[in-house]
Each structure stands twice: as C-alpha cells, then as structure tokens.
Ligand binder design. Sequence first.
Ligand SMILES: Nc1ncnc2c1ncn2[C@@H]1O[C@H](COP(=O)(O)OP(=O)(O)OP(=O)(O)O)[C@@H](O)[C@H]1O
Ligand SMILES: [Mg+2]
Length: 240
Amino acid sequence: MGKAIFITGTGTEIGKTIVTSFLSLALQELGMKTKIFKPIQTGLAEESSSFADQYWYETVLEEETGSTGLYYMEPAVSPHLASQLTHTTIEPKLIKNKILEFKNQYDVVLVEGAGGLAVPLIENDHDFYMTKDLIQECELPTIIVSVAGLGAIHHTVTTVSYAEKHNIDIIGLIFNHFDQNNMIHVDNVRTIQKMLNLPILAKLSTLEQPSKDHLMQLVKKFLNNQELNNMLLGGLSIEV
Ligand SMILES: Nc1ncnc2c1ncn2[C@@H]1O[C@H](COP(=O)(O)OP(=O)(O)OP(=O)(O)O)[C@@H](O)[C@H]1O
Ligand SMILES: [Mg+2]
C-alpha cells in the first residue's frame, strides 16, 4: 500500500501544481511510481478549453489522460459555488475511495487541493464542508506551499495556525519562487522556520519557463545535493 499526501497552499495561484509536479518527478527519479490527483478542478486553461491543472498534468507532465481529476467544473470560482452553478454533487466518499484505489496501485499519491485549507467545497443548510474536512476524512498528511516573497510570513503562519486548530498533520513547508540572493526571501524562510519549527522540505526557484524540461533540471540539481535530498525524503518519511 502506497502513501498519499495532500498538497495545499497559502492561497490560489501560489504554485501548488508546480510543487506537486516537482515532487512527482523527483520521486520518479528515485524509482517510485507516483500518481497525481486533483479531485476538484475548476476553471479552464487559457491555452485550451480543458481544465487548467488537468491540462498541465496531462499535456505537459504526460500523466495518463482523464485520470488526474474526479470533479471538473468550468466556472473559475470556489468549488462550493461552481458545484451550485453546474448542478454537481461533490461526494467526499468518492474522493476518498479514489485515493485508496490509487494507493493500491502507486507508491506515492500526490493530492492537490483547490486553493487553500479554508476553501468551502460543499454548502450545507447550516454550514460548509471545507477542504480541511476532506483532508481529515481522507486522513492525509499535508504539505503547505507558500511563495517566498513579501507576505509569506503572515500567510504561512495563519495557514499553519488554521491547520493546527483542525488537527491536520503538517509534514512540512515548501517555498516557491525562492531566490537565494533576495534578502527578504532568505529572512522569510528563516523567520517562518523559527516561528513554526516545521521542516522546510524544499525551496523552488522561479523557472525560466514552466515546462517539464525546466522542472527536470531543477529536480536533477536538487537530487544531486544530498542534504536537500535528505530533507525532502526525511520529511516525507519515504525510504528509497
Ligand atoms: N517556480 C515557478 N517557476 C515558474 N513559474 C511558476 C512557478 N511556480 C508557479 N509558476 C506559474 O505560476 C502560475 C500559478 O502556479 P500554479 O498553477 O502551480 O499555482 P496553484 O497554486 O496550483 O494554482 P491553483 O490554485 O489555480 O491550482 C502558473 O502559471 C505557473 O506556471
Ligand atoms: Mg493548481
């Protein structure tokens, strides 16, 4: 039985898909069978009429066609609203079963959330079923992605505080758009680590182009560095 990990972030458009892709390619390089799953996809890609993350995973990353998602809804809005607009009923049990099915077939299943932890997925009469409820229901250890620049401290600290309040098991943090020559970035990572005392699993620089080749170059550079390697694999509790 493989391991499933949830990838969330401090917000939308901060690089969850890029980080998920990086992790998948890195783990594949280390000989593991990985599966990327984005159960709830909303909004179409500018490049095509398919869903943005599905387009990226299946066209650029060459994941199996039609296998990266479960619920596809065109409006580029929060899932609870998209499901109302498209008359879609989201059933968390189906998502949980799909993750279990993938865990039986793959070493690592990377589950990308829509937006962040406090995103409503289903509107009930008196409350909302949130992303954090899905994570709890599926019992998934979670990685939090943040950008490294200005605003990272507040967004990361509040996201982690919300996760802890809801007993989510945080494996660690990954910083995106990290520039080691930028004093703010370096200090943000240091400050956040000191405040939260969570493992920093990786820091990804901005790619010249968001492509599979450029991601692979980053993966190779990363895997050549034993210290970085250990940080990531140790944090993920994955042995290779
Ligand atoms: N490290 C990076 N280098 C270059 N481009 C990046 C990087 N990280 C993210 N991007 C670009 O920024 C945009 C947003 O990134 P991404 O799609 O990974 O965010 P997301 O958090 O998954 O968004 P969503 O909430 O819509 O799923 C994309 O166009 C992506 O190609
Ligand atoms: Mg995404």
